[in-house]
Design a protein. Structure first.
Length: 166
């Protein structure tokens, strides 16, 4: 792992560990009772979210030749794998992790943070990242954006006509 990749881990660390820990240890007003099923389901959500994060981070590194960080963007547009179904699978994975943490710890504060995180990223993607991607990748990104939804996955993977999936 190079230094740019290490620096990029700051973002998921803050969103998935530091902020939830801060909320858990500083705000104890909105707790709900946790049962075994809550811990089990929360753990499943966390593991699923972490798997999505691992797959998408790897795709951005291997195919995109960049990282998740805005200061080290990908050189290539990634449209295969999970990105063939939905434009932002990484944020979906992170939101699953946060929802799982909320269930495990019985924390409404973390649940509220997960909603805020999702909304914040929705605005960021719509008004900052997507215009930057259109500028960098032009018609290729506009075609991808037209065919692949932002949040609700497609039933079938999108493949540009005549293009093999990587």
């Amino acid at each position: 792992m190079n230094s740019k990749q290490s620096q990029a881990l700051i973002l998921p660390f803050l969103a998935l560990i530091a902020i939830p820990a801060f909320l858990l240890f500083n705000f104890r007003t909105m707790r709900f009772e946790v049962f075994f099923f809550d811990i089990f389901l929360g753990s499943v959500l966390c593991l699923a979210g972490l798997a999505i994060l691992a797959v998408t981070t790897n795709a951005l590194h291997k195919i995109g030749e960049g990282t998740i960080a805005p200061w080290d963007p990908t050189l290539n547009l990634v449209t295969s794998g999970l990105y063939a179904y939905v434009r932002n699978p990484m944020i979906g994975g992170a939101t699953l992790v946060l929802a799982g943490e909320a269930m495990i710890f019985g924390s409404a504060e973390i649940l509220v943070w997960s909603f805020f995180f999702f909304i914040l990223n929705s605005f960021y993607f719509k008004f900052i990242e997507e215009p930057a991607l259109e500028e960098r990748f032009g018609e290729k990104y506009r075609d991808y954006k037209k065919n692949v939804p932002m949040w609700a996955p497609r039933k079938e993977p999108w493949k540009k006509d005549g293009e093999a999936e990587k």
